[in-house]
Ligand binder design. Structure first.
Ligand SMILES: Cc1ncc(COP(=O)(O)O)c(C=O)c1O
Length: 372
């Protein structure tokens, strides 16, 4: 339900909304009747099939997991990565990418990204391999804030190098494309399609999907013998119920979200020195409105805060600036640092009214003026 914000009220940067309790009830009643609550139960399997259908893929290409972070770890473990090896990943990402690599026994090796796309590209990854400070066990590129991603190019990278690849597509519910390399989407409440805490792994290789199932279920496959290093990454039936209720209303919800993102994009595209992600709000959507600024970001933040407009630096200053990753080996991170200093998350949620959007655009205009 849309709540109008009064003119002086704080405009939140994010306001998650999930299917309401009445929409969950039929699914919860099915769960009650089956008395199955976990272990890839009937709701989880239905949810997986529904997601596969949404992406126009056959059954079996989607595996729901307990979180996006767990899904990344599971997808690494499933590829038999050698513990103690390096996991090449961009420093310009959310901390979860690095934690997931550690969860699979790997050392995050933080590398720089491409200036235009904000991504680690396959071309860059191949060049970095020549300067690796140790054996590279895996590469984990990231689709920044859900942007369209070159899935085929990473399939080709994997074929060329033989190095396991896992794509962190956490925010890419709208743009992910199942391919032969595993990609992981987060279904956290703040994402486009939320179940609370959750996620899914998608991959079109049946043998690898079998290993993903095994790596996310204690290493069990058809018996109670732990065959390989693994974890418990399974989604519960409760979360699958939320997912099924979400799928039932997805088409209508996507339409509403697309209208909102389109209105935001239109309002902000006229503000000088503010650059939206290419195609955002027109060709694709996400739950965050992330812009790059070519003026002083801190000043813009201050002016927006003064005007009651909340903002967030979703990825902080990048992984290398976080204490947990400060000791990790890294390349020069010039571009990532520049992006960290110029990227800002603006309000984006269904409670925004046309008046709120106008307030955000006006405050941004003032902020840019002050930050020049
Ligand atoms: C880039 C990135 N990777 C991974 C994750 C982890 O997802 P989750 O919160 O579902 O564990 C996030 C979550 O926001 C993310 O932004």
């Amino acid at each position: 339900m849309t709540q109008a914000c009064s003119p002086g009220a704080i405009i939140s940067v994010s306001r998650p909304s999930l299917p309401t309790a009445d929409k969950l009830m039929p699914w919860l009643q099915r769960m009650d009747a089956a008395q199955i609550y976990a272990n890839n139960g009937p709701l989880c399997r239905l949810f997986a099939d529904g997601l596969a259908q949404l992406y126009g893929a056959p059954d079996g290409v989607v595996r729901p997991v307990v979180s996006g972070t767990a899904g990344l770890t599971v997808a690494l473990l499933a590829q038999g990565v050698v513990p103690g090896g390096l996991c090449m990943l961009p420093s310009w990402t959310f901390v979860a990418t690095g934690h997931a690599a550690r969860g699979a026994g790997l050392i995050p090796w933080l590398v720089d990204v491409d200036e235009d796309s904000g991504m680690l590209t396959p071309h860059m990854a191949e060049a970095f391999l020549l300067e690796a400070p140790g054996p590279v066990a895996a590469v984990m590129p990231v689709a920044p804030f859900g942007a369209p991603f070159p899935y085929e190019a990473w399939e080709a990278f994997h074929q060329r190098t033989g190095i396991p690849v896992v794509i962190d597509a956490a925010a890419a519910f709208d743009t992910v494309r199942p391919c032969s390399v595993p990609a992981v989407v987060s279904l956290h409440a703040t994402k486009l399609f939320g179940v609370g805490e959750g996620g899914f792994v998608t991959c079109t290789q049946p043998e690898l999907m079998r290993k993903i199932e095994c790596a996310g279920n204690f290493g069990f496959y058809g018996s109670r013998i732990a065959t390989v290093p693994a974890c418990n990454g399974k989604m519960s039936e409760l979360h699958a119920a939320v997912g099924l209720a979400g799928l039932a209303e997805w088409q209508a919800r996507r339409q509403t979200l697309a209208t909102l993102c389109g209105s935001l994009a239109t309002a902000l595209s006229g503000v000088p020195h503010v650059h939206l992600q290419p195609g955002w709000g027109r060709d694709w959507i996400s739950a965050t409105c992330v812009v790059r600024l070519s003026v002083c970001t801190a000043t813009v933040e201050d002016v927006l805060a003064e005007a009651g407009v909340e903002t967030r630096r979703w990825w902080g200053d990048g992984l290398h600036a976080q204490p947990a990753f400060a000791q990790c080996p890294h390349t020069a991170l010039t571009v990532g640092e520049r992006l960290a200093g110029s990227t800002l998350g603006l309000p984006c949620h269904l409670d925004l009214t046309p008046m709120d959007i106008e307030r955000v655009a006006t405050a941004l205009r003032h902020g840019v003026q002050a930050g020049k």
